[in-house]
Structure formats: structure tokens, C-alpha cells
Design a protein around this ligand. Structure first.
Ligand SMILES: Cc1cc2nc3c(=O)[nH]c(=O)nc-3n(C[C@H](O)[C@H](O)[C@H](O)COP(=O)(O)O)c2cc1C
Length: 361
């Protein structure tokens, strides 16, 4: 997966920039815009069917998108409305493992990338390194990873803890998690370690593969990595963060930062802060790409798009949006107003909408 392979084929005046567009998806009936699955022509209830994902991947590639970006959580939203509301409204439950969807979608596409969310907080790095390398091999280098540290207390209880690890220490753990992965992906196998020499009965050359012997604060990993060098070795790293501590991790590792933001000013400030932090850590800040969330309602004509917007409003679940938004709110008793949806810009026949539910934290 590369962030710079697609170039516009028309001449532009001024400095040329490539706009990268990902489809933001999640393998569940209701990701962030809740209630839509009830619309008669909506297909989200088919998220457990292979055909649904093959069709989505083919369409995303045909539309010229860079990647399908798969969100994930490993627990439930139980702070407002409890499990009851989550199940009734399908709020990210049921929810499938995003990594498992990738090989099927890769088989029916050629250039589309796939970025999946995976948390550094609960599952150990060794097994994840192997899973990612497997995907990198099978997709011929078209995978990315959205590095998250998780925010649902129920997720912690699902993995044997009483509650979430303290916020900043989750990022300390994430930094070490990534260090382990770099050692496995980049440092365990030399490029020419696989010889496949039938004559001499040698598949791989033992002198070109090494243990990593990582001994850190959170992890002890001997190695070697179980997978030979893959096309990318380290997949494209995405990060989505809001906090000062999270920003340090993002600026250290990420190639692409996925951000929400209520105003252009907020987005601009977030980008400037992240680039400054990257520069402080010795990276070229210009290397970082930023993806901003946008809701698009497309139609062949503006009337068609407006009619879709009317249906969007009609099916919109304020209860669902409130449950997920308030879970993520840092206020103990949320004072957030009810989520609202309003047209923001026109782009040809398409409408770019502003929906509070599209700001995920
Ligand atoms: C656009 C966007 C997408 C995100 N997707 C996920 C996700 O799929 N899974 C997840 O656990 N967290 C996701 N998050 C939450 C972040 O990982 C992070 O927890 C949140 O932005 C709060 O930042 P902080 O952890 O630095 O405080 C997302 C955040 C943003 C801005």
C-alpha cells in the first residue's frame, strides 16, 4: 500500500497535491451514523456476507479510492443506555474482526489498500506481527494498520483487567509494542534469507535470520519472527488521536493521521501541532499525510442528493448517536447537545454534510 502512487492526470496550476480518499467502514450494522440500516434500500444488515465486502471493495476501487479503512472496537458502549441500547440499535455490536475481511477483498481488487484498526493494549505483539505479515504477503503489500490504544472500559474487562489502563500509560505501551514489531518486521529476517535451494536442501539460510531478544517494560519477545520478509515489512501506519500524549506516539510512528475536527481552524491546528511534534522528534513533518473525516451524500443531480439527505435525516437515530458520542465524551455526565446534521458544502451534485456523529471523540 502506498500513499503516493496515485497522481492526478490533469494539469493543475500551483503546487500539485494529491487528494487521498479512503472509505471509512466497519464490519457491523451501525458504525457511526446510526439508524440508517432501517432504510429500505440499505444493505448494512448484510455485513456478515462475503458478497457484501467483495462488492464494497470492487466499488471503492472503481471509484478511485486509495483504501478501505476499517474501524474496530473490542468491547461494547455501555455507559449510556447500556448493553440494552447497544444491542437494540446495533451500535457496533455485533461486530466482526476486520483483519479477516481483507484477503477476500484483496482477491477481487488490484490496487485498493486496506487499513485495519488493531489495539496495542490487550493482545501481545508477537501474534499480531505474524497476522499482519500474513496479510501483507497475501495482499502483495496492500495493508495498513490503524494503531489505537482502545477507549472502552468493557474492552479492558474482556481481556482480564478490572478497568482501562491509565490513558498515557496506554501510549507508553503502544510505543514499546511498535518497537517490538519493528524488530520483528524489519530486523529479524534479512531480505535474502529465503534461498529455496532444492539441490542443497536449504529452504532458508539460518545465518540470515535472528532472534530479536526484546526485553522491555511491557514485553519480552525472543523471536525470530515467524514470517519471511513481506513486500512492505512494516505496513502503512495510521494513527487517530486527540490527546497530547497520543500525539507524541502518532508523530513518532504514523505515516498518516486520521483526524476529526469541528471546524477548519480545529483541523488546521491539529495538523500544525502534529507536524511540529514530528519535527521535534527528528522527522520530516512534510512526510505526514492527514485524513479528515467527511460525510458525502452523492447524487446524479442536486435534487437526488437533497432527497437522500432528507432520508438520512428521517432515519437518523439520535439515541444511537447519543450513546456512542457520550461514551467517548470525557465529561462524566455529558453536556453534549443532541447530535445535529446539516449541509455544509456543495461539490457538484454531491453534498458534503456536517454530522456531529462524524467526530468520533
Ligand atoms: C477519525 C478517527 C477514527 C477512530 N477510529 C477508532 C477505531 O476504529 N477504534 C478505536 O478504538 N479508536 C478509534 N479512534 C479513537 C482514537 O484511537 C483515540 O482513542 C481517540 O481519538 C482519543 O484520543 P486519545 O486516545 O489520544 O485521547 C478514532 C479516532 C478518530 C479521530
Amino acid at each position: 500500500m502506498t500513499l503516493s502512487s496515485r497522481q492526478p492526470d490533469h494539469a493543475l496550476t500551483g503546487p500539485r497535491k494529491t487528494l487521498h480518499v479512503n472509505l471509512f467502514e466497519m464490519a457491523c450494522v451501525s458504525h457511526i451514523v446510526h439508524g440508517m440500516w432501517r432504510e429500505e434500500r440499505n444493505n448494512r444488515h448484510r455485513f456478515g456476507e462475503m458478497a457484501y465486502w467483495l462488492d464494497t471493495a470492487r466499488r471503492a476501487e472503481a471509484a478511485g479510492m486509495d483504501a478501505i479503512f476499517l474501524a474496530d472496537v473490542i468491547g461494547i458502549y455501555d455507559r449510556f443506555g447500556g448493553l440494552d441500547a447497544s444491542l437494540r440499535l446495533g451500535l457496533q455490536i455485533p461486530n466482526l474482526d476486520p483483519l479477516s475481511l481483507i484477503p477476500a477483498m484483496a482477491a477481487v481488487t488490484e490496487t485498493l489498500g486496506f487499513a485495519a484498526t488493531f489495539s496495542t493494549t490487550y493482545e501481545p505483539p508477537f501474534s499480531f506481527a505474524r497476522r499482519m505479515s500474513t496479510l501483507d504477503l497475501l495482499t502483495n503489500g496492500r495493508v495498513g494498520w490503524n494503531v489505537v490504544t482502545s477507549y472502552l472500559p468493557n474492552a479492558a474487562r474482556n481481556f482480564g483487567l478490572d478497568g482501562e489502563l491509565e490513558h498515557d500509560s496506554r501510549y507508553d505501551r503502544a510505543d514499546e509494542y511498535l518497537d517490538v514489531l519493528y524488530k520483528l518486521w524489519e530486523g529479524s529476517w534479512q531480505e535474502d534469507a529465503v534461498i529455496q535451494d532444492r539441490e542443497s536442501d536449504r529452504y532458508a539460510d539460518p545465518s540470515r535470520v535472528r532472534h530479536i531478544n526484546h526485553e522491555g517494560t511491557h514485553f519480552r519477545v525472543e523471536g525470530p519472527h515467524l514470517v519471511q520478509p513481506t513486500p512492505q515489512r512494516t505496513p502503512v501506519l495510521f494513527q487517530a488521536t486527540g490527546s497530547a500524549r497520543g500525539l507524541k506516539t502518532a508523530a513518532r510512528h504514523a505515516e498518516a493521521i486520521f483526524i476529526g475536527g469541528r471546524t477548519q481552524e480545529e483541523v488546521r491546528t491539529h495538523i500544525a501541532r502534529t507536524r511540529a511534534e514530528a519535527a521535534a522528534q527528528g522527522r520530516d513533518p512534510a512526510e505526514l499525510k492527514f485524513y479528515v473525516m467527511a460525510g458525502l451524500i452523492a447524487g446524479h443531480t442536486e435534487e437526488e442528493a437533497q432527497a437522500k439527505l432528507a432520508r438520512y435525516r428521517a432515519y437518523y437515530s439520535v439515541e444511537g448517536a447519543s450513546c456512542t458520542l457520550r461514551q467517548k465524551s470525557t465529561c462524566a455526565s455529558s453536556t453534549r447537545p443532541s447530535p445535529s446534521v446539516r449541509p455544509w458544502r456543495k461539490a457538484g451534485a454531491a453534498l458534503v454534510i456536517w454530522d456531529d456523529a462524524l467526530v468520533p471523540n
